[in-house]
Design a protein around this ligand. Sequence first.
Ligand SMILES: [Zn+2]
Length: 216
Amino acid sequence: MASLHDTEEMIDGSLHLEDDDGKDQPVRSVDRPRIERAIREILAAVGDDPNREGLRGTPARVARMYAELFGGLHEDPRVHLKKFFTEKCDEVILVRDISFDSMCEHHMLPIMGKAHIGYLPDGRIIGLSKLARVVEAVARRPQVQERMTEQIANLLIEELHVKGVAVVIEAVHTCMTIRGVRKPGCVCVTSAMKGCFRTKSSTRAEVMALMYGDRR
Ligand SMILES: [Zn+2]
């Protein structure tokens, strides 16, 4: 019987890209030879020699890496929310500190952060690991943090018909830390409050206390 904390065995293994060396991965629609050509071109354009020994394997390596980092483009995050449990529960359910890595679509540099997701169910409960799966699928594509936050909240509204959802994302954007204004340590925080978390301040305060209560 399915439990709330169902884990990997139950997840349909349609697109798993953890394989480090990139072999035998069912990557669909990522044109690796094209990425390889582009990387060779970039290396030449910045003034290096793509044929020198140290760089010879780089285009293929980067192509495998991009297939992994952008794997979410070929995955529908909704699939993770299709299998829910009918449960009478009138309390907030929260998973916090779901770590993720994404890619800033403006600079193609990593965004590294944590998502906190709280929801008030309306008869439908989802396995907790599925929330992390949704974050992963939404993160692994060219992204902006604001949109990612909204997307996660909307997915829960649309698929679980929750009474309310609160998504807070905190992330470090390397396009702000290693280039441009170069402000290491600055963290970007975005939130999306829907349903009762938007309309009722006491409910919103409750979920924020759960997210941050014993910290800060
Ligand atoms: Zn950026």
